[in-house]
Design a protein around this ligand. Structure first.
Ligand code: FCB
Length: 480
């Protein structure tokens, strides 16, 4: 570069050796084959087939047909230079009805998938539960019932025994906050119940299910399984520094974060959460010994982050309910926090309406790592939906997604430099897929899927991400 060269200076942010460059998906969002090889309905099959629950009645019946196209999908991941792939195992595919022996055909699918990944040099990271509870277990009471946690432990044993020789890193649950509070509180997710007490009971039984599943995975292959779960930790900001707004932030932190972090990492449920929810329940469903089961040390912690949460106290004249970014409902997903209002964070928004805010990820990572030194962290989800357009030549140019991921990776790099032990990053998502209540309307993929032909086309962001993974570094300025 000469003195007159107009090009900006290049900055290179190198990541630690061995940093995992991954992408993530979930069974119901991609597999399809909903009634094949013995699979029975999950709560998401029931919910998506219920009129009015999902955008334009979309379902995961076919999804992106990954069940049949997994070989090509793994080849695509290899072409993109991914070093890890996070997927979830469908409970009703391997243990229909949630009880009894495993269906070998279901397990065989995951054996083949994992073998393909290993042969391609891609580390499989498996999640046991990404929201697809066997419908029969919901009919029997679902997560508000203790029996579901026990069933989950037994299912973990089946999967651990079948796949534990091939998989090291496991996540028991994906975002139990969404399962408990969107599934049983606001009802925007399956099974669509709207009962705050059921939501709190579900939260505890998810915690217990995590503890039981972690034990089962570890005993299936002693010394090998590295177990965690993936939490969508809320990065909470009070709207102002007033005592009322800080109190609102404390309440949301209790029922949004510490309801899981407390028993899993801090030895029990926080006293302020029990006090906030005392008019709803006495928490008698927590039995002696549960917190010991739940609190056995994690090998790593999975963090999913998309956008921060801005809260205030409700002031007079303020309309309620406000949009908290988790889907419109008359029922709150925040038990014990009725007097809290939600606000849009400033700045650019994604197609979900979520503010783009990489500083939120930095703050979250540094706070967790300061509080829990020595706990390795993985970003198990981060990414963005945009209204992608397919060009005349079939290509998809998505500079907004590149900017989003670039900004968040820079935040991860900064957190690592400041001491956070972050071992990897999983982009949500590998490819466009069934985005829950939004159906196929919202596209999060680095790879575009044409829903008529199911053809996959890597977007510019996929090519850009491949270069980042290859260099193990982020280069400024971004070249889309
Ligand atoms: C997370 C979910 C994932 C996907 C992204 C956008 O909450 O875990 O399945 O829907 O949001």
């Amino acid at each position: 570069m000469t003195a007159t060269d107009p090009r900006p200076l290049t900055t290179v942010r190198q990541f630690p050796p061995g940093f995992l460059w991954g992408a993530a998906t979930a069974a119901y969002q991609i597999e399809g084959a909903a009634a094949e090889d013995g699979r029975t309905p999950s709560i998401w099959d029931t919910f998506s087939h219920t009129p009015g629950k999902v955008f334009q009645g979309h379902t995961g019946d076919v999804a992106v047909d990954h069940y049949h196209r997994y070989r090509d999908d793994v080849r695509m991941m290899a072409d993109l230079g991914l070093s890890a792939y996070r997927f979830s195992v469908s409970w009703p595919r391997v243990q229909p009805t949630g009880r009894g022996p495993a269906v070998q055909k279901g397990l065989d699918f995951y054996r083949r998938l994992v073998d393909e990944l290993l042969a391609a040099g891609i580390e499989p990271v498996a999640t046991l539960y990404h929201w697809d509870l066997p419908q029969e277990l919901e009919t029997a009471g679902g997560w508000p019932e203790r029996a579901t946690a026990e069933r989950f432990g037994a299912y973990a044993e089946l999967v651990g025994e079948a796949l534990g020789d091939r998989i090291t890193r496991w996540s028991t649950l994906n975002e139990p906050w969404c399962t408990a509070f969107l599934g049983y509180g606001s009802g925007v997710h399956a099974p669509g119940r709207t009962d705050p007490v059921a939501a709190l009971r579900a939260a505890h039984h998810l915690n217990l299910g995590h503890g039981l599943a972690a034990q089962a995975l570890r005993s299936a292959h002693p010394g090998r399984a590295e177990v965690s779960l993936s939490l969508n930790l809320h990065e909470i900001r009070p709207l102002t520094a007033s005592a009322e707004d800080r109190e609102a932030a404390r309440r949301i932190d209790a029922v949004g974060n510490r309801v899981f972090l407390g028993p899993i990492l801090d030895g029990g449920y926080p006293a302020d959460l029990l006090a906030d929810t005392a008019s709803l329940t006495d928490w008698a469903f927590v039995r002696d010994g549960d917190t010991t089961t739940i609190g056995r040390p994690l090998d790593w912690l999975g963090i999913n982050y998309y956008t921060p949460t801005v809260v205030s106290a409700v002031t007079s004249g303020m309309a309620k309910p406000q949009d908290d970014g988790h889907g419109a409902s008359e029922h709150s997903p925040w038990p014990g926090a009725d007097d809290v209002a939600f606000h849009q964070a400033p700045g650019d928004r994604t197609a979900m309406g979520w503010a783009v805010d990489p500083d939120g990820l930095y703050a979250l990572l540094t706070r967790v790592s300061t509080r829990h030194p020595g706990l390795p962290l993985l970003i198990t989800e981060n990414g963005a939906a945009y209204e992608d357009e397919v060009g005349a030549d079939g290509s998809v140019h998505d500079p907004d997604r590149i900017a989003y991921v670039h900004g968040h990776l820079a935040a991860v790099h900064r957190a690592i430099a400041d001491g956070a032990d972050v071992r990897g990053y999983f982009l949500w998502s590998l490819m466009d897929n069934f985005e829950w209540a939004y159906g196929y309307e919202k596209r999060f993929g680095a790879v575009h899927v044409d829903y008529a032909s199911l053809a996959r086309t890597p977007k510019s962001s996929a090519h850009w991400y491949a270069r980042v993974a290859d260099a193990n570094a982020l280069v400024d300025p971004v070249e889309g």
